[in-house]
Design a protein around this ligand. Sequence first.
Ligand code: TYM
Length: 355
Amino acid sequence: MSTSTSARARRDSGAPATAATTVTPATTPRRERVFSGIKPSGTPTLGNYLGAIRHWVAEQDIYDNIYCVVDLHAITVPQDPAELRANTRQLAALLLACGIDPERSALFIQSHMPEHSELAWILNCVTPTGWLNRMTQFKAKAGADREAASAGLYAYPVLMAADILAYQTDAVPVGDDQRQHVELTRDIANAFNYRFGATFVEPRALIREVGARIMSLDDPAKKMSKSESEGSYISLLDPPDAIRKKIARATTDSQRTIVFDESRPGIYNLLTIYELLSGQSREAIEAEFASKGYKEFKAALGELVVTALTPVQARYAEITENPGQLDALLARGAARVRPLAQATLRTAKARVGLI
Ligand code: TYM
């Protein structure tokens, strides 16, 4: 969607045209707004970090940033209440430890903003079930016993659309597995705008070429995910020895050369992680390991991951020493962006005839 169309939808929605999270002088062009979310369903993985969080951190000066710990999405599958409570705060603290700067980005907990759920209901009522039936993540997560899956899991992408559309978001930085959900969000926005008049900006997904799909360490045909076995992923809070061990045991193949070859998914995945964390070119990495074996390469990669995560873990320990400060910061993040969500919700309700 062109900027002028976005600006029109924003103006029509009653949402402020200027950034809410950054003070932008009137003479400079408005920054594009990004929104993204992450589920507190366990400690985040290196996949979450490389596919999403790293970009959120690196691009805070480019965009008007809103980041959300999506606890309502987590409960679409069974969660232990005490664990969910702890994981939600742990994830918020980890995002800060990774470098999300509360001065430049609004960070908050999804359930603290009831506007998301209210907007989601309205969007549920304009979303054909046929669209939801096509969602591959629902099929994968529901598994064989689809009848037993919660209605929440089925409507999950509509809540995600509400998260995004509530803030008149321009772009959504995510890993590859969320592409279909962002496309659905565009379709829902478009359907609503067509039926009721311009209300929502149609957002685009921001997905990087490298690192958008980090694979499991023990089965490189699958995405790295915290819902799989312990040895398959690196958690951001794994101790150094666990990281080294998991990488040493990672599945590769019976060949010897250390080259970027997509037809060899195990070593390709490890090399991709090396590329992203070292910042070196593929040629330089291949040259460095030309006369070395998998064992030496894995040892070097282990050290690289440990070096990347050690400062994150140290900052995390500092942040969690002061839970009151974390709560206050999350409340401030929500307060900063609440007017945007309220304005969008008010317009959507008026358009539909609820007010
Ligand atoms: P979640 O919590 O599964 O993942 C958070 C982010 O991490 C990315 N990611 C990966 N990237 C590369 N390789 C991997 N192995 C990997 N695993 C996860 C995800 O693509 C995501 O960007 N539905 C979303 C949360 C959400 C959301 C939103 C996102 C709710 N509302 C609105 C964007 C906008 C999810 O479950 O992400």
